[in-house]
Design a protein. Structure first.
Length: 200
């Protein structure tokens, strides 16, 4: 029986900014994406995270928001209500972009942590376009990746616990595209990292 051909995975770092803890009652206000690299059966190749990027600011979908969550992003809801892109338009454009940059590969969303960003992104994709270019499970959590490689409990992991050489030198600004690019560098560093085993 012939071996099944493994399609490469194209990793796309995504960061979202929202005005509350869950999508639906609250809104995703902006999201950014940056291609982090591609992995085939033989190796991972990092990409220049500034080369292929995507960013949109969205019109809120409800009047509810958590002031503390809104403050983190620094975005102006009143401005977004006037000038933000309709979610259906932005998510359709994003789907087209993902398909274009991942031609010949399977796109995988990666995030730090992925759970919050994936929850909003997937909900918005299904709600406003009816489908996800990542499928229903095409996401990878960088915290889990680090915990597994480092042999640590997941809840013990924070960026402050990671070796400095893994971290991007870029600032974490809470601008979704800045942070997607920063985290694409972290992801590429994690993929290349082989921790030195501790002495017995």
């Amino acid at each position: 029986m012939a071996a099944r051909r493994i399609k490469p995975s194209l990793y796309i770092s995504v960061d979202i900014e929202a005005d509350g803890p869950i999508p639906g009652p609250y809104s995703m206000l902006s999201f950014g994406a940056a291609v982090a690299g591609i992995q085939d059966a033989d190796s991972f190749t990092a990409a220049d995270p500034e080369e292929h990027t995507f960013y949109r600011e969205l019109r809120p979908i409800s009047g509810e928001f958590v002031p503390e969550a809104l403050a983190v992003s620094g975005l102006d809801r009143e401005r977004l209500e006037r000038e933000g892109i309709e979610p259906a338009v932005a998510l359709a454009e994003f789907t087209g972009w993902v398909r274009e940059v991942s031609a010949g590969a399977q796109p995988v969303m990666c995030g730090y942590p992925a759970s919050y960003d994936w929850m909003f992104l997937y909900w918005y994709l299904i709600r406003f376009t009816g489908a996800s270019p990542f499928g229903h499970s095409g996401c990878l959590d960088m915290k889990t990746l680090y915990a597994t490689k480092a042999g640590l409990p997941l809840r013990a992991v924070a960026k402050g616990t990671m070796p400095r050489e893994l971290l991007s030198r870029r600032r974490h600004t809470h601008h979704a595209l800045d942070d997607a690019i920063e985290q694409a560098e972290l992801f590429a560093n994690l993929m290349a990292w082989s921790p030195v085993p501790s002495a017995p």
